[in-house]
Ligand binder design. Structure first.
Ligand code: B12
Ligand code: SF4
Ligand code: SF4
Length: 237
């Protein structure tokens, strides 16, 4: 009989939603998120998407649930929680407070690096990917066959990947923002939001998405559709 606790099953369980396991890591005990019973998590599976694979599934769901608050977060809980419970694990979500360090986990699990915009850049997907949740496993569940060979490294599962920004001389992402919101001190979210409320910002960034993100040449085939981009921009504002 095939073992239900396998990485392939996580992928299979997520597949109908357009989400996928994005990477695995074994956190250090003193840095691990704590499970409901007080035990530190021994294994973490990041759940997310490359490009807009989940968009048609989510878009249909939100049309059927027009009154749902924070629809993408609500849909993500609706999809990931029952899958986590079945494995068995516990789901956590990127917008739940206190914020879990999703980007740090992704750097460890997938070997990704931050772009100058702060978003992590993937060698294949570019800036067109995100995280919708993570499944935390206790020590016992993490020993299950299929999991035990995952993420053998101390804090991360795979070697660091090629960093596309290293060979990007012109850095078009940094010159595309009309209000120069990417500063040495980080992302000037207030300047960005103020621009989005102007007629020019509404015509450009709100309608077609962040011009800086869109200026990056990496992973163009994963670029979100304009409908998805508009949804994320409206949620950001
Ligand atoms: C607060 C927050 C914001 C804030 C502030 C973001 C900021 N740049 O300061 C606001 C509302 C402005 C924001 C905006 C956006 N965000 Co945001 N945001 C978050 C959130 C909820 C918490 C971040 C946090 O503080 N975590 C707590 C710390 C402890 O976690 P951490 O992983 O260790 O954080 C480290 C990294 O973030 C890193 N880091 C952060 N910025 C930078 C910049 C550089 C240059 C470097 C080297 C490192 C670095 O340092 C942190 C400390 O270790 C995360 C989800 C999450 N839980 O992480 C999403 C998240 C970071 N956001 C995300 C996205 C997509 C966006 C937007 C593009 C939204 C949109 N319009 O579509 C914009 C982009 C703005 C931008 N250029 O940063 C994604 C990033 C995915 C990716 N590819 O990396 C995340 C992971 C959410 C998700 N569901 O996937 N966001
Ligand atoms: S435009 Fe160049 S520097 Fe900017 S995120 Fe893309 S690869 Fe990195
Ligand atoms: S959305 Fe527009 S104003 Fe905001 S950071 Fe991106 S390019 Fe700049």
């Amino acid at each position: 009989m095939s073992n239900p606790h396998s990485s392939l099953d996580v992928a299979g369980l997520l597949k109908p939603s357009g989400l996928e396991p994005r990477g695995w890591l074994r956190p250090e005990t003193n840095d691990a998120p704590v499970l409901a019973g007080g035990e530190p998590a021994a294994l973490i599976c990041l759940v997310g998407h490359a490009g807009g694979a989940f968009w048609p599934v989510f878009d249909l769901w939100r049309k059927l649930h027009p009154d749902a608050a924070d629809p993408l977060d609500t849909w993500s809980r609706h999809i990931i929680r029952p899958i986590a419970a079945r494995l068995p694990g516990e789901a956590v979500f990127p917008s739940d407070k206190p914020w879990q360090p999703f980007q740090r986990w992704a750097m460890a699990a997938e070997g990704l690096h931050p772009s100058p915009l702060g978003l992590l850049i993937h060698p294949e997907y570019g800036l067109w990917h995100g995280y919708r949740g993570a499944i935390l496993f206790g020590a016992e569940a993490a020993k299950a066959p299929g999991f035990s060979d995952l993420a053998q490294g101390k804090s991360g599962g795979i070697a660091r990947t090629h960093h596309p920004c290293d060979s990007c001389e012109d850095r078009p992402c940094l010159s595309a923002c009309p209000v120069e919101a990417f500063t040495a001190d980080g992302f000037a979210a207030g300047d960005c939001r103020a621009h989005l409320e102007t007629p020019e910002g509404s015509r450009a960034c709100m309608d077609r998405g962040c011009l800086a993100r869109d200026a990056c040449p990496v992973g163009r085939t994963y670029r979100y559709s304009n409908a998805q981009t508009r949804f994320h921009m409206a949620a950001f504002l």
